[in-house]
Ligand binder design. Structure first.
Ligand SMILES: Cc1cc2nc3c(=O)[nH]c(=O)nc-3n(C[C@H](O)[C@H](O)[C@H](O)COP(=O)(O)OP(=O)(O)OC[C@H]3O[C@@H](n4cnc5c(N)ncnc54)[C@H](O)[C@@H]3O)c2cc1C
Length: 609
């Protein structure tokens, strides 16, 4: 169908709910897994059943289900939203409950968990791949399973066996959902300022009292019970983050048989009205002497919470990918249908305008680069947990630490940028809610804020991750990235000597290799500056440059991912086109970013606000 070809109506097209259509990009996901070294995980004995071919088959099935069952709920989720009733209960938008029940029945939510707790026994990377599908289908809906995932990981790592047995099987199967309760009005980024209290009841339980705000899926009607993980302070606890403990506080107290029992003293006293993700209830939660159980040791709650946050950070980075994918799918469809003016390429629709092409290429190239980065991150987490060699585990842990803030911050920034490009590609129709282009943008806008704002991610990169082994961890990774260059140049030379029949594309590889080499040199130089400034005690200048420094990393790893994609695909023309576009149009920003990263604190403080 062509859009805008006469007709004279104000609405240029029959949009007929374009937001609900989702085409799961299974081939691209499987490709990213291959590129990220998924085989290293599948080689491990415990994952012998999880080879990439089997996993791809699983992703196809999961993708079909979420496209059919979850994606159609996204539009009503936005338009109708979740609502709080006078009795404090929360009603989710139409279709959410049925879609959630189908998802639970399908078993896809259990995939990455240990079999002893009803999990599927697959690697975490496979779980992340499934997350891309669910998040793309409906971001607001997917936040419930996402937070349950984080809560489950924290319990797996730190809870007593008794708590694990009581909660994990129900949370892993999706029968009960989990939440994460950190934020209070005065304690946002500064979690250490929280005042919620936990007083021992003398029977091994604690009475939790306080108010939490912005709690995602804090109350709802999808599951029979909700398991809140709550940060609180014990009497006499030290100030700041060193005095925080973690508690599990269920909405309904489980009976000795593990079923839903008496109502606990926790309730949702309000729902926030938000810019986007209207289908996700964002709750003000009141704890009024609610019964809770300690998870891990007293005052060591932040340690457990970090387990939860690291998983959630990667998942939120994935939101940026999912938003980008949905935005791009809609952009492409529109650009192939909308007729407007004569194009220089002779194509009938706006896809023939070079500037529209530039926007589509920006979306597509950043999507593929980001997916590769996220998968690389997920594979490192699996290796860190499961590889038999301690040295491999240790290095994977370092790399996961380095990559997580980049995945979160760059991923979520891209989610917003690509959704904004989608609106731009739609022209004025993008600004009209009817097309649905606005929803992706509104939904995406929260991701750079929660799970540690992107400013906090940049601070984490330079303050916690860069000092690991005095910066050697970063420098070694730069060297690993550099080791791709000889293969890239040799493919380029082989292709050129094969003659013109191979097509024009091989020449582009020299551009890619040169640009990547130059970006790596700049990144290494900036890393040196950061280390020196840090060692010299100029923490303010290091923090002042942290966001541009993080973006330098993101662009360089992104370019590397696309270049590696060329090698993995053995010179596929589309992969070369993406790598070339990224290397020549996006990667050059690494150089001016170096100037910003190393400018120092004075550039930010000289102006008198
Ligand atoms: C829709 C939604 C869902 C949420 N879900 C949950 C949830 O489920 N559970 C939960 O516990 N919380 C949740 N949150 C809270 C969210 O994590 C916080 O909003 C976020 O951590 C930021 O805290 P704040 O809003 O108080 O902002 P502030 O901390 O006041 O930050 C304001 C600004 O200052 C900057 N800033 C502050 N401190 C630093 C620093 N040290 N370094 C650099 N920059 C800094 C920030 O980057 C930001 O730009 C949610 C929030 C929203 C809006």
């Amino acid at each position: 169908m062509e859009i805008g070809n006469g007709g004279g109506s104000r609405v240029a097209a029959d949009y007929s709910d374009p937001v609900t259509e989702y085409r799961p990009p299974i081939d691209d996901i499987a490709f990213a897994m291959r590129l990220a070294g998924y085989d290293r995980i599948a080689e491990l004995e415990r994952f012998a059943h999880a080879d990439l071919e089997t996993v791809t088959g699983m992703l196809e099935e999961a993708g079909e289900l979420v496209a059919k069952v979850v994606a159609p709920t996204s539009r009503d989720g936005d338009r109708i939203g979740a609502a709080r009733n006078p009795d404090g209960s929360v009603t989710t938008p139409p279709g959410f409950k049925a879609a959630y029940d189908r998802l639970v029945e399908s078993g896809w939510l259990t995939v990455p968990y240990p079999e002893e707790y009803e999990g599927g026994g697959f690697p975490g990377a496979v779980g992340f791949a499934i997350q891309e599908l669910v998040q793309s289908a409906n971001m607001a809906f997917s936040l419930g399973p996402l937070l349950t995932h984080g809560a489950t990981d924290a319990l797996l790592a730190y809870a007593s066996d008794e708590l694990k047995d009581r909660y994990l099987p129900k949370m892993i199967t999706g029968q009960w959902m989990g939440t994460m309760n950190l934020t209070e009005p005065q304690a946002g980024t500064d979690v250490g300022a929280l005042t919620t209290r936990a007083v021992p009841n003398g029977d091994g339980t604690y009475a939790i009292t306080g108010q939490k705000i912005f709690i995602t899926w804090g109350e709802h009607d999808l599951t029979e019970n909700i398991v809140h993980l709550v940060l609180a302070r014990l009497p006499g606890a030290p100030e700041g983050t060193k005095g925080i403990s973690l508690f599990v506080v269920p909405k309904f107290l489980p009976t000795p048989e593990g079923e839903v029992g008496e109502r606990n003293l926790v309730e949702c006293i309000g729902l926030e009205e938000k810019i986007g993700i209207h289908g996700s209830p964002t709750c003000v939660m009141s704890y009024d002497g609610a019964t809770g159980w300690l998870v891990g040791e007293e005052h060591r709650g932040m340690r457990a919470m970090f387990v939860m946050m690291n998983v959630a950070r990667l998942s939120v980075g994935m939101q940026g990918l999912s938003n980008s994918v949905r935005a791009h799918q809609q952009s492409l469809e529109y650009a192939k249908q909308r007729v407007q003016g004569r194009t220089v390429t002779g194509e009938r629709t706006i896809i023939g305008h070079p500037d529209v092409r530039r926007m589509l290429m920006t979306q597509k190239a950043t999507i593929e680069a980001l997916r590769g980065l996220l998968m690389l991150n997920a594979v490192q987490i699996d290796l860190a947990h499961h590889h038999p060699d301690a040295a491999v585990r240790e290095r994977a842990e370092e790399l996961a630490g380095l990559l997580t803030p980049i995945s979160k911050a760059w991923g979520t920034d891209l989610g917003v940028e690509n959704a904004s490009l989608n609106i731009q590609i739609h022209g004025g129709h993008g600004y009209i809610e009817e097309t649905g282009a606005g929803q992706f943008w509104r939904d995406a806008r929260i991701s750079p804020i929660y799970e540690g704002t992107n400013g906090v991610q940049a601070a984490d990169l330079v303050s916690r991750k860069l000092p690991v082994r005095d910066g050697q961890s970063f420098l070694e990774f730069i060297e690993e990235l550099r080791s791709l260059l000889p293969d890239l140049r040799s493919l380029s030379e082989r292709s050129e000597s094969a003659g013109p029949d191979r097509g024009a594309e091989p020449k582009g590889l020299t551009v890619v290799a040169d640009a990547l080499e130059s970006a790596l040199a700049t990144l290494e130089r900036t890393t040196g500056w950061m280390r020196r400034a840090g060692a010299g005690g100029d923490a303010a200048s290091v923090l002042a440059g942290s966001a541009p420094y993080l973006k330098q990393w993101a662009l360089t790893v992104g370019a590397w991912v696309l270049a590696k994609g060329v090698l993995v695909s053995e010179g596929d023309a589309d992969r070369i086109a993406l790598a070339r576009f990224f290397a020549s149009q996006l990667l050059p920003e690494v150089e001016p970013l170096a100037a910003a990263a190393t400018a120092g604190i004075e550039e930010l403080t000289a102006y008198r606000f």
